[in-house]
Design a binder for this molecule. Structure first.
Ligand code: 3PG
Ligand code: MG
Length: 348
């Protein structure tokens, strides 16, 4: 179980109050449209709860992507439109991308005051952003009475189960982008797992120089592409024989099989990050094989991160896993045993 139990929105005096909610509505976009609405749907119960309890005003904020300043490509508009479809007629106000303000990621008190202005309570439901000490996750919690939202609570409970004794073998599967963020975490987490399977961009990055100090299962083969393009020339090559100038965009067939075998034998599984560029059908087989193996495993299965969840959802397999976490980096840091700043900022 997690060491801290932040106080719950269920114990907040909500009636008649103006409430700021930090949700994690950082969803994948495709041509300006929401490509996967899992995180938006996951934010609804807390908003519903606040409205039912008679909050006078509910203001929702989130970051979206990693914009450098104000950038229309990262506008919250499509996200807001989806949220309004899910909460028809609800009196909510959705703020623009918090990262349009440079004070957000610096946890600038001035921006936190701007967010908290005129509001009475703060509810943090953004589990996926709880590892970020930003103005909208930590700064506002120091200005307004802060409570944990329903999703944040449930995430802490479900991921907390992996922190205690787990049934073994415990297989950890790591892929996806944001490699710099994940290497350190993997380094700390690797010792807890019996097998660590590494694919995707993570495996690409450590081909020539592997900083990990414990043993991991790297791919034995990859699907290589002549350029980063959906229709690039491609072929299967050994992991350690990628032709000069080519890119590994998926794990290869042998790796798919050996990873699936390890997952099938597991009793506890945690998967974070796709095995390749699964948005492009020709580089999707690795992620699909892992998704199928995880969904089919006779094990306690937990999956984290927007892209892995998107893959499972697209395959119709998301209900086959025990917990689909809305947190990627946040779930990794929690499993690593770290306190999450966004959680720590809420009183117990
Ligand atoms: C995520 O998608 O992992 C969270 O929304 C946090 O996003 P970030 O890594 O850009 O801070
Ligand atoms: Mg992510």
């Amino acid at each position: 179980m997690p060491r801290r139990h932040p106080r719950s929105v269920k114990d907040a005096p909500v009636a008649g109050k103006r409430v700021l909610v930090r949700a994690d509505l950082n969803v994948p976009l495709d041509d300006g449209r929401v490509a996967d609405d899992t995180r938006i749907r996951a934010s609804v119960p807390t908003l519903d709860f606040l409205l039912d309890e008679g909050a006078e005003e509910v203001v929702v904020c989130s970051h979206l992507g990693r914009p450098k300043g104000k950038d229309p490509a990262f506008s919250m508009k499509p996200v807001e439109a989806r949220l309004r479809e899910l909460l028809p007629g609800a009196a909510i106000r959705v703020l623009e991308n918090t990262r349009f303000n440079p004070g957000e990621t610096k946890n600038d008190p001035g921006f936190a005051r701007e967010l908290a202005d005129d509001l009475d309570l703060f509810v943090n439901d953004a589990f996926g952003s709880a590892h970020r000490a930003h103005a909208s996750t930590v700064g506002v919690a120091e200005l307004l009475p802060a409570y944990a939202g329903l999703l944040l609570e449930r995430e802490l409970e479900e991921l907390g189960k992996l922190l205690g004794e787990v049934e073994r073998p415990f297989v950890l599967i790591s892929g996806g982008a944001k490699v710099e963020d994940k290497l350190g975490v993997l380094e700390k987490l690797g010792g807890k797992a019996d097998h660590v399977l590494v694919g995707g961009k993570m495996a690409e990055q450590i081909r020539d120089e592997n900083p990990l100090t414990f043993e991991v299962d790297l791919p034995t083969d990859v699907v290589a592409a002549s350029e980063f393009a959906e229709d690039a020339e491609s072929k299967v090559v050994p992991y350690d024989a990628l032709p000069e100038g080519w890119l590994g965009l998926d794990i290869g067939p042998d790796t798919r099989e050996s990873f699936a075998r390890a997952i099938t034998r597991a009793k506890t599984v945690f998967w974070n990050g796709p095995m390749g560029v699964f948005e492009w059908p020709r580089f999707a087989a690795g992620t699909k094989a892992v998704a199928e193996a995880v969904a089919g495993a006779d094990a306690h299965t937990v999956v984290g991160g927007a892209d892995s969840i998107r893959a499972l959802t697209e395959m119709g397999l998301v209900d086959e896993v025990d917990w689909a976490s809305t947190g990627g980096g946040a779930s990794l840091e929690l499993l690593e045993g770290k306190e999450l700043p966004g959680v720590e900022a809420i009183p117990e």
